[in-house]
Structure formats: structure tokens, C-alpha cells
Design a protein around this ligand. Structure first.
Ligand SMILES: Cc1cc2nc3c(=O)[nH]c(=O)nc-3n(C[C@H](O)[C@H](O)[C@H](O)COP(=O)(O)O)c2cc1C
Length: 179
């Protein structure tokens, strides 16, 4: 069970469906007495990884000085990580992918993360469009030896707030409690 959760949320749309799914997860985590820190990465200055490999000389430190430093500091103390995103062209948002790539700075230092979870929203009525993201999430988890705590997918969402009253919010709340 996790006590200190870092959640990287990739939707740029404020109070949209992804934000609401994230809020439900955090509500569950807080109700279970866990700390969950949300980073809305689309509001942060996070440049893509430059593959300079400076982080192999200085483990845990990225040569690029931007807001990613706050996330790296939080991740270095976290025991669980959650990725949340709307599906953009069968993938996570570019903002979230940039932040995930920048976790590379922790490769040599290692992350104390033991568990991970995934929260996704998409416009399509089926969950097939999220398959590539689930594949990516599981591949990262297997590489990092993270236990998969759960995945919540909310399909058929377009306008902000359409997720209200849907069962995926309860699923996310429950996942926040149990992660
Ligand atoms: C640039 C862009 C690309 C999208 N691509 C897809 C897609 O490939 N498949 C899909 O099902 N929905 C797609 N959508 C719809 C969003 O995933 C969906 O409406 C989501 O719930 C939006 O989340 P938000 O309310 O947090 O912004 C796309 C939306 C945008 C803006």
C-alpha cells in the first residue's frame, strides 16, 4: 500500500474530464489517509528530454533547469506514481509524455516507486483507442518493477463535465483508496 503518491496529470483543459477523474482518485487517497500530490504538467514549464545523459554523471539531476525539478524531487520521496491523461491521437498528451521522458533523470539514481496506476479519458465509445497507452504504461512498469495498482478508462467523453455521475469516478476513488 502506498502512502506518498505523485500523480502526473496531462490534460491542458482545466476542470475537464481528466481533472475530474484525477479529483476522484485524490479524494479516495485522502479519505484513506494517503498523501497524493498532483502535478498538472500542462501548466508547468517542462521541456522534452535532450538525451544529453548528464543525469548519468549526476544521478537524479537534470541538466535542464525547469519545473521538472519539482517533480523529480517529489518522485524521489514517493512510493507510488499515477499517470493521468486524455487520449490524444491514440497516445497520452505531449505534455505528459515530456514529463514521463524526463523521469529518465532518475534512471541511475533509481526511484523509490513501488506501485503505479493509470487514469485515462477518451472520446471514442470503445476502450480500444487506449491500448497503445496501456501497453506503454505496462512496459514502463515492468522495466521499473512497479506493481500495477490499477487502470481506469473513461470512454465516450467530449465536453467538460460529461464524466459527472459516471461509474469511472467511483472506480478512480476506489483506486485512490486501495493503491
Ligand atoms: C488533440 C486531441 C486529440 C484527441 N485524440 C483522440 C483520440 O485519438 N481518440 C479518442 O478517443 N479521443 C481523442 N480525443 C478526445 C479526448 O481524449 C477526450 O475528449 C477527453 O475526455 C478530453 O479530456 P479533457 O476533458 O481532460 O480535456 C482527442 C482530443 C484532442 C483535443
Amino acid at each position: 500500500m502506498a502512502n506518498n503518491i505523485v500523480l502526473l496529470s496531462g490534460s491542458p483543459r482545466k476542470n475537464g474530464n481528466t481533472d475530474r477523474l484525477v479529483a476522484a482518485f485524490v479524494e479516495g487517497a485522502n479519505a484513506a489517509g494517503k498523501k497524493a500530490r498532483v502535478f498538472r504538467v500542462a501548466d508547468m514549464k517542462i521541456a522534452p528530454c535532450l538525451s544529453c545523459n548528464a543525469c548519468f554523471k549526476h544521478p537524479g539531476v537534470c541538466a535542464q533547469k525547469d519545473d521538472m525539478a519539482d517533480i523529480l524531487a517529489a518522485v524521489s520521496k514517493a512510493d507510488a506514481i499515477v499517470f493521468a491523461s486524455p487520449i490524444y491521437f491514440f497516445a497520452v498528451s505531449a505534455q505528459l509524455k515530456a514529463a514521463i521522458d524526463r523521469l529518465y533523470a532518475m534512471t541511475k539514481a533509481g526511484m523509490p516507486i513501488r506501485e503505479s496506476a493509470l487514469l485515462l479519458t477518451c472520446g471514442a465509445p470503445t476502450t480500444r483507442v487506449v491500448e497503445s497507452v496501456i501497453f506503454m504504461f505496462r512496459a514502463i512498469g515492468s522495466y521499473q518493477k512497479w506493481r500495477e495498482a490499477g487502470i481506469v478508462v473513461a470512454p465516450n467523453l467530449h465536453e467538460p463535465g460529461e464524466i459527472d455521475g459516471r461509474p469511472e469516478l467511483s472506480e478512480a476513488r476506489k483506486l485512490g483508496e486501495t493503491i
